[in-house]
Design a protein around this ligand. Structure first.
Ligand SMILES: NC(=O)c1ccc[n+]([C@@H]2O[C@H](COP(=O)([O-])OP(=O)(O)OC[C@H]3O[C@@H](n4cnc5c(N)ncnc54)[C@H](OP(=O)(O)O)[C@@H]3O)[C@@H](O)[C@H]2O)c1
Length: 261
């Protein structure tokens, strides 16, 4: 299958760990030049160097907090200065914390939405003029809770449902400009974030992480969490020529979870 990604320019948020890191590795392996963003500079720079050396692509590491407008502006300025073009945007940086309606303080709702909801919207708005040059892709990494809400993860469900809706409407809005906008909804994925979600939910429910994880994975027909590379593979597909007739869609990459609960 011809992916036709070599020589494209991409921007990935949350690129230093987990799904974002695996996506950066997979896109660089296809010859995509990349701007990588996360808050901590050291792991990001190490990855940028590694990818440039290994795959011969140009990479730029930008340390920025994408829950802040200033962080978005700094990222976009740095990307424009280095590349001045953009073919692929992967919105991935997000870390909505678990919690039920009252257990989760309002300040935390605001902070979590500032990154996962507003961060995706602000960055997409900021680079949309670059994407309008034609043939561009946006992939939003969202999450299965957007379709399958649960009491212990109310904020994640609400933000994710909003982002799924946004993906669909931007698919419409982007179509006349050749911008295809899609999303991936991972179920459980073995990353630092999954670990901290389990710890927090287990503490709130007074159970152990092992017991909670077993309970959660029992809902997954494949009976395991995904590896980050399994989510990255779908992001790469949606960025590629192989997905040229797909827009406004959210693909579940969740081991069968969504249709089983
Ligand atoms: N893991 C799962 O089970 C799962 C399931 C469904 C959906 N998802 C979604 O998939 C996405 C990636 O999750 P993950 O599990 O791969 O996360 P992760 O392993 O915790 O990695 C998060 C990445 O985002 C960066 N980041 C965090 N806060 C940031 C901020 N304010 N500004 C810029 N970068 C920031 C982190 O680096 P720094 O800390 O250095 O900033 C890191 O590179 C998230 O949107 C998450 O909601 C994950």
């Amino acid at each position: 299958m011809e992916l036709a990604l070599a020589g494209k320019v991409g921007l990935i948020t949350g690129a230093s760990a987990g799904i974002g890191r695996a996506t950066a590795q997979a896109l660089a392996a296809e010859g995509v030049h990349l701007t990588l963003c996360a808050r901590r500079a050291a792991p990001l720079q190490a990855l940028a160097q590694e990818l440039a050396q290994r795959y011969g692509v140009r990479t730029l590491a930008v340390a920025a907090d994408l829950s802040q407008e200033a962080g978005i502006a700094a990222l976009v300025d740095a990307h424009r200065a280095q590349f001045d073009t953009l073919d692929l945007l992967v919105n991935n940086a997000g870390s909505i914390r678990a919690g039920s309606l009252l257990a989760k303080p309002e300040a935390e709702w605001q902070e979590d939405f500032a990154l996962k909801f507003w961060g995706y919207i602000r960055l997409t708005r900021a680079v949309w003029p670059l994407l309008m040059a034609g043939g561009a892709r946006v992939v939003n990494v969202i999450g299965a809770a957007g379709r399958q809400p649960s009491a212990g993860y109310v904020a994640g469900g609400a933000a994710n449902a909003g982002l799924m809706n946004l993906t669909q409407s931007l698919g419409d809005e982007g179509a006349p400009h050749g911008i295809l906008v899609n999303a991936v909804n991972p179920g459980p994925v073995r990353t630092d974030r999954w670990q901290s979600l389990m710890q927090r939910q287990a503490a709130e429910r007074g159970t152990s992480v092992a017991a909670l994880e077993a309970e959660q994975l029992a809902h997954v027909p494949l009976r395991r969490a995904a590896e980050p590379s399994e989510i990255a593979a779908t992001v790469v597909f949606l960025c590629s020529a192989a997905a040229s007739y797909i827009t406004g869609t959210t693909l579940q990459v969740d081991g069968g979870l969504a249709r089983c609960i």
